[in-house]
Design a protein around this ligand. Structure first.
Ligand code: GTP
Ligand code: MG
Length: 149
């Protein structure tokens, strides 16, 4: 099934928002397929945000992402890439609707708590960047018949 790379950024970990954020994906019905805590190297941060390398905030963004541990995750399920982005909200938390993760938990773009892949293609690229073979689990969710029709 469809997969997304979801990451709780350093601010989310420091602010003790890990269970709050994981709980939202669990309660929605998504399946957790990979999870690890890691302090990214600057090189990993730069690879993750390579598409933004020409932007003026790229240096600060990579410094921030590699400044403290993150929680890197793989979530699977129906339309998880797009639905995950909807659950996360807009890049600028002040433009994020209440009920979204950023709309409920963040105030500024540079401290917006969470990352979510923006396409299925990028999700698979990001999963391959952050996880080794064997670190992502493929298993049957026993609750699936009660979540899907
Ligand atoms: P991610 O899920 O983290 O990829 O955020 P996004 O997809 O909502 O936004 P985007 O990929 O365009 O930018 C990645 C991250 O760079 C954002 O989450 C912000 O933290 C940061 N960022 C984006 N735009 C700006 C900006 O205009 N100024 C600053 N300071 N940071 C920005
Ligand atoms: Mg993005």
């Amino acid at each position: 099934s469809e997969r997304s790379f979801i990451m709780i950024k350093p601010d989310g970990v420091q602010r003790n928002l890990v269970s709050e954020i994981i709980g939202r994906f669990e309660r929605r019905g998504y399946k957790l397929c990979g999870l690890k805590m890691v302090q990214p190297t600057r090189q990993l941060a730069e690879s993750h945000y390579a598409d933004l390398s020409e932007r003026p905030f790229f240096g600060d963004l990579c410094t921030f992402l590699s400044s403290s541990p993150v929680v890197a995750m793989v979530w699977a399920g129906a339309d998880v890439v797009k639905q995950g982005r909807t659950m996360i909200g807009a890049t600028d938390p002040l433009k994020s609707a209440p009920g979204t993760i950023r709309g409920d938990l963040a105030l500024v773009t540079g401290k917006n708590v969470i990352h979510g892949s923006d396409s299925c293609e990028n999700a698979e690229k990001e999963i391959a960047l952050w996880f080794k073979d064997g670190e992502v689990c493929n298993y049957e969710q026993v609750t699936a018949p009660w979540i899907y029709e």
